[in-house]
Every structure is written in structure tokens, then in C-alpha cells.
Design a protein around this ligand. Structure first.
Ligand SMILES: NC(=O)C1=CN([C@@H]2O[C@H](COP(=O)(O)OP(=O)(O)OC[C@H]3O[C@@H](n4cnc5c(N)ncnc54)[C@H](O)[C@@H]3O)[C@@H](O)[C@H]2O)C=CC1
Ligand SMILES: O=C(O)[C@@H]1CCC=N1
Length: 271
């Protein structure tokens, strides 16, 4: 457990809560060291009972923490920054922004303050310690960047990237959770059509997807290398795979990721 640091998560919705739960599950924070804010704190009552500090007072939350995580929607950020500005102390605070499409400089400019900001793009698998998290900063010290990396390393795999690639990371890794889930769901629907009960088909599809991902991660091999091992000549795998490709399988995934990246880049600015 990290006994010196306290963390405030401002905007405890889907990703903010996933982060909080992941940090506690990893054992590096106790619930008491994490302050969760939300406008409607009734929605956080269960977490309050579990020991988390719960409040709608962002200013107090900032005053009581060293690490401030900004986890509101892009269109909610300016109002939040206006609210907390007077409590931010650049000598004390490290800001971590999880917000899509907002550059570190955007935050400093809005605050009119030279505070250190690290952008972080995790995904919801952070709640079970399986996030793919990308981090970037234009002004954080090496020490603070390594603090953030260590923090996210406890809840998945973390890589540092150039800040201009953060919206691409959002599409591939954060939105990616939805893309892969939809493909597992589609596989399970296929499974039901060919004879399995829905709950069995979903379990079989999910475990098969997990095995496929682990083949790549554990053997460090290429997808086509593993696909070649499955596709027997004149067999049923290549027949199914080619049918999917004729219907635009790879193309749909590529176009979808590109679309998500395009939208991620303008979310904050179109507000
Ligand atoms: N959901 C995801 O998988 C991921 C989301 N993100 C980014 O994280 C941010 C949050 O996304 P979600 O958690 O999905 O949205 P969400 O809508 O579930 O959570 C945002 C929360 O902030 C609260 N909030 C709004 N203004 C507030 C204020 N002034 N003070 C305190 N709380 C306030 C809202 O009540 C809500 O509970 C977005 O910027 C999104 O782009 C990043 C990575 C993954
Ligand atoms: O859909 C969104 O805009 C957010 C950003 C990444 C995941 N969810």
C-alpha cells in the first residue's frame, strides 16, 4: 500500500470508478486514500460504505490529495477546471488527465498555471488489472512520469507514447474494448445459430478470444502465423475466414478504428 500518496478522482463515472477499483484490487491504495467526486454522490453510496471518501466538493478533494485524476467528459472539463483552479498548487499536485482529446497544454492554458500534467488513456479492463494504458506528457518530470507509469502498471500494461498519438491510442485501446466485445458477441450469436445455448456460446467465444490474444502475447507471434496453423487446406476455417473477408471484416474494423480516432480528436474542440 502507498501510505504517503492520496488520490482524488474527479468525475467518478465508468472509467473513474474502474480506475479506483483497480487500484484497490491491486493493493496499492486503500479505499480510504481515494477520494471520489461526482455531482450526484448518491450513486456512490456503495463505495462510501466500502471506505472510499465520497464527495461532490471538488475543491476539498483537490486540497486533500497529491494526485488529481481528471475523469469527466471532454465537454465537462472547463467547468471542472474553473471550479478547482484556486486549490491547485503546482508544487504539490500532479494532474493526470484521462480525458479524450484534451492536450496537456489545453489544461495548463485553461488553468493559466504551470502545473505538471500527464495524459493517460486506460480502458475499462483497468477494473480487473488488465488495462492497456498509454501515457504521455509535454512537461512532466521523469520522476512524475515514472510515478504515473508505476501506478498504471499495477492495473495492466502501460506504455509511454508521443502526445500526438494519444487520440489514436484512445481509438485502438480504450474504444477497442467495445470493438473486441462486439466481435465476441457476434461470434457467440453465430455459435447459437449453429446449436449452442446462448450462455454456453458466449463463454466458448470469450475463452476462444482470450486464447487467441494469449497466443500473440505469450508467444510474441504474428496473427497470420497463428492463423496459418488453424487453416487446413480446403478446410472449414479458411472457408469461414474468407467469407468474413468478402463481407468486409478487416475493412470494417480498420474503418471503425479510424472513425473513432477522427472523432476522439475533435471531442473537446467541438464542445
Ligand atoms: N469509458 C471509457 O472506457 C473511457 C473513458 N475515457 C474518458 O474518460 C472520461 C470519462 O468517461 P466516462 O467515465 O465514460 O464518462 P461518465 O459520464 O461515465 O463519467 C463522468 C462522470 O463525471 C461526473 N461529473 C461531471 N462533471 C463533474 C464535476 N464537475 N464534478 C464531479 N463529477 C463530475 C459525471 O456525473 C459522471 O459520473 C471521458 O473524458 C472519456 O473520454 C478514457 C478512457 C476510457
Ligand atoms: O467513447 C468515448 O468517447 C470514450 C473515450 C474512450 C472510451 N470511451
Amino acid at each position: 500500500m502507498n501510505s504517503e500518496k492520496t488520490i482524488a478522482i474527479l468525475g467518478s463515472g465508468n472509467i473513474g470508478l474502474s480506475l479506483a477499483k483497480g487500484l484497490v484490487k491491486a493493493g496499492i491504495y486503500q479505499p480510504e486514500q481515494i477520494t471520489l467526486t461526482r455531482r450526484n454522490i448518491a450513486a456512490l453510496a456503495e463505495l462510501g460504505n466500502a471506505g472510499y471518501q465520497i464527495t461532490s466538493d471538488n475543491l476539498q478533494a483537490v486540497k486533500g490529495a497529491n494526485i488529481i485524476v481528471l475523469a469527466v467528459l471532454p465537454q465537462q472539463l472547463k467547468k471542472l477546471l474553473d471550479e478547482i483552479k484556486e486549490a491547485i498548487n503546482p508544487a504539490k499536485h500532479l494532474l493526470i488527465s484521462i480525458i479524450t482529446g484534451v492536450a496537456c497544454i489545453d489544461i495548463r492554458q485553461h488553468l493559466d498555471m504551470d502545473v505538471q500534467v500527464v495524459r493517460s488513456m486506460p480502458n475499462t479492463a483497468i477494473a480487473i488489472g488488465q488495462s492497456m494504458t498509454c501515457i504521455a506528457s509535454d512537461n512532466a518530470s521523469v520522476v512524475n512520469l515514472s510515478i504515473v507509469k508505476e501506478l498504471f502498471d499495477t492495473v495492466g500494461v502501460t506504455i509511454q507514447i508521443n502526445e500526438e498519438l494519444m487520440t489514436s491510442a484512445t481509438a485502438l485501446c480504450a474504444c477497442g474494448i467495445a470493438f473486441f466485445l462486439r466481435s465476441i458477441r457476434a461470434a457467440s450469436q453465430g455459435g447459437t445459430e449453429i446449436g449452442f445455448h446462448a450462455h454456453d456460446a458466449l463463454k466458448m467465444a470469450a475463452q476462444t478470444a482470450k486464447g487467441a490474444a494469449d497466443l500473440l502475447l505469450q508467444l510474441a507471434s504474428h496473427p497470420e502465423q497463428e492463423i496459418d496453423k488453424v487453416t487446413s487446406p480446403k478446410g472449414c476455417t479458411i472457408a469461414g475466414l474468407n467469407e468474413m473477408e468478402h463481407n468486409g471484416f478487416s475493412s470494417a474494423m480498420i474503418k471503425g478504428i479510424k472513425m473513432s480516432a477522427d472523432i476522439a480528436a475533435v471531442l473537446y474542440k467541438r464542445d
